[in-house]
Write a protein that binds this ligand. Structure first.
Ligand SMILES: [Zn+2]
Length: 508
């Protein structure tokens, strides 16, 4: 008996050792090399192409677009002949040329974003992003990526703006003045607001941010009236629940509820406001009140409807089977599974009503003049980097925007948000040559935005075959031994970064 226990312990010891060695091997297993941008000086003419003029909701037919290096240098009628052998002629074949798209609520999320996130963006024509930070602190990497993308080395969307700090998450105790000081050092950075920031800290931050010309954007704070937050200068509000949360008779009570929780008092039953109550007591007048203040202050709205979609479809087997999961690392897929299980416990009708009300209010907000931004919150359940931007555009059309208005949320509006309209956001002479060639007209039907035959990024041409190779590259990287190695590396990084001492540190 004793002998068999010893024998078992011996084999158990060997087994444990093997597991540890295997995990170590995965940690040191080299990460796949990131993809480079195409190098060289290019001169292209795209002939016989229809330009998608989003601002005027019209097609400018039969054009030729001349590209030199990374800029559009001229746009002429296709019939005018250019005899210059220095140009490579690309027959547009009566296709549609649309400006590169922006994802205004992206999460590069992890230290291996160049291997598993960025190629998905480019393959889907997403050429610029606003990055909203996440649990893993990728500040150092992201600054490096941004430089490498801008200098033409690394293949990935330009990181035009990014949150280098989050305040108001579960761990947050950072000195808000220091946070603003730090963001002030780099023009491209902003402070991300999360729901749990205390009102005193929020207003202190807002005041300092105004003084130092630093942007802050994100969730509206749970305890602060979003109308007041807009007046305090918050640059954008994220997620579709914003207007639902505010536009009902018990919104003040809801703020009291969060306050009681923060003060570790047990909130009385009377302070609780359920989703159903919010929806049942919706007040259109309150909605207009908030929308009008946002219009006045130019507070943008990034509803990320795509993230509410999975909640509405959590019981739909077809939806959950999405084959694009092959592009997502298993560690993220496991989080998705847990989220879906958690969601299923909530009432199906409430979830669907909430999702639909969100869409309806985004449509109304657009009509009222609120500036909308397309964002995906990718890596939230069933939000796929790159792909889901197109789904968000379709969501916005369901909400009541015209296809042109939806496309504006991913082209014109983001360029205005970052005051870079002279460089991006449309196909015009002098602008950066980020152009998506589409088989079909997206103004006629928004889902045509996915009929991508080629992408010009930074003046270089990537044909469909090359775009597909980017997708394959990501699929390879998240599967097999590469995938296991990535999972272990992500897991360790999460363990390292997701601690109060790290999350609260201002120094890097
Ligand atoms: Zn997010």
């Amino acid at each position: 008996m004793k002998k068999s226990i010893l024998k078992f312990l011996k084999y158990f010891g060997y087994f444990t050792l093997l597991v540890v060695l295997f995990a170590l091997a995965l940690v040191f297993y080299p990460s796949p090399e990131s993809l480079p941008q195409k190098k060289g000086l290019y001169k292209y003419i795209i002939t016989n192409v229809n330009i998608v003029d989003v601002a005027n909701d019209s097609i400018i037919a039969n054009q030729s677009i001349l590209i030199e290096d990374n800029r559009i240098v001229q746009i002429i009628y296709s019939d005018s002949i250019i005899n210059d052998s220095n140009y490579t002629v690309i027959d547009g074949n009566n296709k549609y040329a649309m400006a590169g798209l922006w994802d205004m609520h992206s999460h590069l999320a992890i230290q291996l974003a160049p291997q598993i996130v960025m190629p998905l963006h480019i393959a889907n024509g997403v050429t610029n992003i606003r990055d909203m930070q996440g649990v893993v602190r990728i500040n150092k990497e992201r600054i490096l990526w941004r430089e490498q993308i801008e200098s033409g080395e690394l293949l990935g969307p330009r990181i035009i703006g990014f949150a280098d700090e989050i305040v108001g998450d579960n761990y947050d105790e950072r000195d808000v003045i220091q946070v603003v000081n730090r963001s002030a050092k780099d023009e491209a950075t902003f402070v991300k607001i999360y729901s749990n920031i205390e009102p005193d800290r929020y207003f202190k931050l807002a005041k300092e941010a105004k003084k130092q010309n630093v942007n802050f954007a994100g969730h509206y704070p749970n305890e602060v009236n979003p109308l007041v937050a807009s007046n305090a200068g918050q640059r954008s509000f994220e997620h579709a629940h914003l207007f639902i949360d505010y536009s009902h008779s018990a919104s003040e009570k809801k703020r009291e509820y969060y306050k009681a929780i923060r003060l570790e008092k047990i909130p009385t039953e009377s302070l609780k406001v359920s989703y159903d109550e919010m929806l049942a007591n919706f007040e259109l007048q309150k909605f207009y009140e908030l929308a009008d203040v946002m219009v006045k202050n130019e507070t943008y709205f990034c509803p990320t409807h795509i993230t509410k979609r999975y909640e509405a479809f959590a019981n739909n087997a077809e939806f959950l089977k999405d084959e694009r999961q092959k592009y997502i690392p298993s560690i993220i897929l496991n989080i998705w599974k847990d989220d879906v299980i958690g969601t299923k416990e909530r009432n199906q009708k409430t979830r669907t009503d909430f999702y639909n009300k969100g869409l309806e209010l985004t449509g109304l907000a657009q009509k009222r003049g609120v500036k909308i931004l397309a964002g995906t919150d990718s890596y939230d359940p069933y939000s796929f980097p790159g792909f889901s931007l197109h789904e968000e555009l379709a969501e916005l059309v369901t909400a009541g925007l015209s296809p042109a208005e939806a496309l504006a949320t991913a082209t014109i509006n983001p360029s205005k948000y970052f005051t870079v309209s002279n460089e991006y956001g449309s196909i015009e002479k002098g602008k950066i040559a980020d152009i998506i060639l589409l088989q079909k007209n997206p103004l006629a039907y928004i889902k045509n935005s996915t009929s991508i035959t080629a992408v010009f990024f930074n003046g270089s041409l990537y044909n469909r075959k090359e775009l597909n190779s980017f997708l394959n590259y990501v699929e390879q990287n998240v599967s097999g031994i590469n995938g296991m190695s990535i999972t272990v590396k992500l897991f360790l990084r999460l363990m390292k970064d997701n601690r109060p001492s790290v999350r609260n540190s201002v120094e890097e």
